[in-house]
Design a protein around this ligand. Structure first.
Ligand SMILES: [Cu+2]
Length: 334
């Protein structure tokens, strides 16, 4: 970073800013793999990179040699032709075969391994793509959430996917490659994480105006923590504990949030938007567009169109105290 000579800042301020930037979230990179699938893909990437670099270096060396080569004398011409043929044989046939055959073989082996059936104790998860968010279900339980896939660390999860509208594509770069979500069809990916943590994912298939803000998090927990999470997520909504939260629940009913959202254990059974039964414990809102804090939640409810234009939730007209009560209610849905 270069600063203007007259606007010099103390070195400490710059490094604090850089640190703040460096610490925001995981690194969604295929080159820092934390899952078996991503590791296999990274191996293939490095091998391709190494071979590509070697061939490139060879070509550069040859180019330099050619540039320095003096013109042959007439009687040297025959020799030159013979050496030309040798170049074509080695450079045009042998080298490509030596590079391409092992690479194709490795690609096949890794592709085959990535298509392996998951282990018997794999967690079963369903993901349904929506414009512009992900519904996540745990078959065999009542757990339904959105934009967060929780998995136990070091155990495979079979994610069965489909789409409610257009084609989407699930991609969690540090865990695995991309797989499409296709309306009317089922696709599958087997994810695992070798380290507990939160991994960023995104939609990798253009799906409309808010495609960029169709993101998700994969949260890998230690096994017992995962079981706890799943038990809580499968449970019904906590009844409001304060008078204000109760009033907020009334606002939720009165303004019709329940026509689009479900809160399990209440009259709200809408299916258009994300299940809000445990919205209070969600990490982010709007498919990882904003953090789940009171301020952001209030802004989202007042007018999510300003935050994520074109998403399927209309703005609402609420008085200040109604909004505060509604926030109190939603935050209590842990
Ligand atoms: Cu999408």
């Amino acid at each position: 970073m270069r600063s203007h000579p007259r606007a010099r800042r103390p070195a400490g301020a710059v490094s604090a800013a850089v640190l703040a930037l460096a610490s925001c979230g995981s690194d969604p990179s295929t080159l820092s793999p934390r899952g078996t699938g991503a590791r296999e893909i990274a191996v293939l990437w490095w091998v391709m990179f190494a071979l590509g670099t070697a061939v490139f270096a060879l070509v550069v060396v040859l180019l330099v040699r050619v540039a320095r080569h003096r013109r042959p004398h007439a009687d040297e011409h025959r020799d030159d032709e013979r050496s030309g043929h040798r170049w074509i044989l080695w450079g045009g046939v042998v080298l490509p075969v030596v590079v391409v055959v092992p690479l194709s073989f490795l690609t096949l082996v890794i592709g085959e391994r990535l298509a392996d059936e998951p282990d018997g104790d794999a967690v079963e998860i369903e993901v349904i793509g929506n414009q512009f968010w992900w519904e996540v279900r745990y078959p065999g339980t009542d757990a339904v959430t959105a934009n967060e896939i929780h998995i136990p660390v070091d155990r495979e999860a079979r994610i069965t996917m489909t789409s409610a509208d257009v084609v989407h594509s699930l991609w969690v770069p540090s865990l695995h490659g991309k797989v499409d979500l296709i309306p009317g069809e089922e696709t599958e990916i087997v994810l695992d994480a070798v380290e507990a943590g939160t991994y960023e994912g995104l939609c990798a298939e253009f799906c409309g105006i808010q495609h960029t803000h169709m993101r998700l998090l994969v949260v890998a927990h230690p096994e017992d923590e995962f079981e706890e999470w799943l038990a809580r997520e499968a449970g019904q909504a906590r009844p409001p504990r304060t008078a204000e939260a109760r009033a907020g629940g009334q606002v939720f009913d009165d303004v019709g949030c329940g026509s689009c959202h479900t809160v399990r254990g209440t009259d709200a059974v809408g299916q258009v938007g994300p299940d809000l039964t445990h919205i209070g414990s969600r990490l982010t809102l709007g498919a990882n567009t904003i953090p789940n804090t009171r301020g952001h939640l209030g802004g989202w409810i007042a007018n999510s169109q300003q935050i994520k234009p074109g998403n399927r939730m209309p703005p609402s007209v609420l008085e200040g105290p109604e909004l505060i009560a509604l926030l109190e209610y939603l935050e209590g849905l842990e």
